[in-house]
Design a binder for this molecule. Structure first.
Ligand code: CTP
Ligand code: MG
Length: 166
């Protein structure tokens, strides 16, 4: 799951600049996505996720870890881009509900990346997800994701990268 987990913190570290929605509003007079979704965050986030995935492919080639899921260029690209697409979709619906940038939206804030990554996987590489994401693996992912999310965001807040600790 590393290629899906890494893009968000990298986007928080390196994001900023032009927002993906170019500052435009939706017909409901609220921002389409908001200032928290930027091209720089998207670009470097996906790059970071793909980077960690390539490292995993390289390591498994060198040391052969047969018990771990085998990544491919496709699986890595889908997890990394799916994670941030899920994040963008979440922000779209968050704005429609009138929630401000950075405002809390429990469950959606934690699972956006997993849903985005898994939906892209199911669409473009279903055999990977059906082979590796078994029921016990899915259970672990569903438990681990909010815990990691919280821990990383609190750390980001403490070191001044994130404006809020969630
Ligand atoms: N970020 C970015 N581009 C992205 C995703 C994230 O630049 N595509 C950066 C932004 O600086 C953002 C930070 O990472 O503020 C934290 O991301 P996130 O929590 O997803 O955004 P929020 O600011 O909470 O905005 P939203 O309410 O829309 O989720
Ligand atoms: Mg947020």
């Amino acid at each position: 799951m590393l290629p899906a987990y890494v893009p968000n913190p990298i986007a928080a570290l390196f994001g900023g600049g032009t927002p993906i929605d170019f500052g435009k509003n939706s017909p409901d007079r609220r921002r389409i996505l908001g200032d928290g979704k930027t091209y720089r965050g998207l670009f470097f986030g996906v790059l970071g996720g793909v980077g960690i995935g390539l490292l995993q492919i390289w390591l498994s080639g060198m040391y052969g870890l047969p018990s771990l899921p085998l990544h491919t260029y496709l699986s890595v690209a889908l997890l990394a881009s799916g994670a941030l697409l899920g994040d963008i979709c979440k922000s779209y619906f968050k704005r429609r509900l009138g929630k401000k940038r950075g405002e809390k939206w429990p469950i959606a804030d934690q699972y956006d990346l997993v849903s985005g990554a898994f939906i892209l996987m199911l669409l473009f590489d279903p055999s990977w997800i059906l082979t590796y994401v078994t029921l016990p693996v899915l259970t672990i992912i569903l438990i681990l994701t909010p815990v990691l999310h919280r821990a990383v965001n609190m750390f980001g807040y403490l070191v001044g990268v994130k404006e809020v600790p969630w």
